[in-house]
Unconditional design. Structure first.
Length: 223
C-alpha cells in the first residue's frame, strides 16, 4: 500500500526512541492526569492491549483485569514494558498490528495513542480486527490526541497520509502517521462502520468506548 514506507519509518522511530518514549509522561501534567482515567473506564475480564509501548497503561489495566495480552511491534519498547509490569497475569507479544490477527476473543480491547497512528485507508480493516477480537458484550476502549494537540506536533503539509515529523535526542528525525481525530467526526465514522461509540474530550485528548453492532448476539464464546 502507499503508506507502507511511512509505517516502516514510524516503527523505526519507536524502535530507535524507546529510551525517550516515557518523557512526555514526565513532562506533561495533563498526560499524567489522563492515566488516572483508567480508574473510571470499563476495563474488565480478559483484556487485549494494542500498541502497549513501554507499558504505561499496561500496569493500570493489569490492576483491573483478569488477564492482559499486550501487543507491540517494537521489541525495544516491549523490553521496557516487561520490566515495568511484573505481573503473572500479563503476557507480552511482539507483532505487526496491521498483519496480526488475535487468536482468541477478549472482553476488552484497549489502545492508547494508537488510533492516531493508523492511516485513514486502514481504519475499516483495523476496526474489523478489533471487532473480531471482542467477545460477546465486549467493548473497545481507547485514548488519543484530539485536534488541539496538532499544535504540539511538526505536522507535514500536503502529505497524502496525515503525518508529522518526530525528532530524537541524537538529531535523527522520522515521519510518523498522525491523524488528529475530532470526537464528533470519529463517532460518525464509527457509526458508519457499524459501531456504537461514546467519545468525550479531556483537555486536548479524547476517551472513547465503542461496541460493534450485533456484538452481544455473536455465537462465539468468551475465553
Amino acid at each position: 500500500m502507499a503508506d507502507d514506507a511511512l509505517l516502516a519509518e514510524q516503527l523505526a522511530y519507536y524502535r530507535a526512541g524507546a529510551a525517550e518514549y516515557d518523557r512526555p509522561y514526565t513532562e506533561y501534567q495533563g498526560l499524567r492526569e489522563l492515566l488516572t482515567a483508567a480508574d473510571d473506564l470499563p476495563i474488565a475480564g480478559h483484556v487485549l492491549e494494542l500498541a502497549c509501548g513501554t507499558g504505561q497503561w499496561t500496569r493500570l489495566l493489569a490492576a483491573r483485569a483478569h488477564s492482559v495480552t499486550a501487543v507491540d511491534a517494537a521489541s525495544e519498547v516491549l523490553a521496557l514494558a516487561r520490566a515495568r509490569t511484573a505481573s503473572s497475569t500479563v503476557e507480552f507479544l511482539q507483532a505487526d498490528l496491521f498483519a496480526w490477527q488475535p487468536p482468541r476473543r477478549y472482553d476488552t480491547v484497549f489502545f492508547a495513542f494508537w488510533l492516531s497512528h493508523v492511516p485513514p485507508a486502514r481504519l475499516p480493516a483495523f476496526w474489523n480486527t478489533v471487532a473480531g477480537a471482542l467477545a460477546p458484550g465486549g467493548r473497545a476502549v481507547f485514548v488519543d490526541d484530539g485536534p488541539a494537540m496538532a499544535a504540539e506536533e511538526e505536522v507535514v503539509a500536503d502529505h497524502p497520509v496525515p503525518a508529522a515529523v518526530r525528532r530524537l535526542d541524537d538529531g535523527s528525525k522520522y515521519r510518523i502517521v498522525k491523524v488528529f481525530h475530532d470526537a464528533r467526526t470519529l463517532t460518525d465514522d464509527l457509526t458508519a462502520l457499524g459501531w456504537s461509540a461514546r467519545i468525550r474530550t479531556v483537555a486536548g485528548n479524547f476517551i472513547g468506548i465503542a461496541e460493534p453492532a450485533g456484538n452481544a448476539s455473536t455465537s462465539d464464546q468468551s475465553p
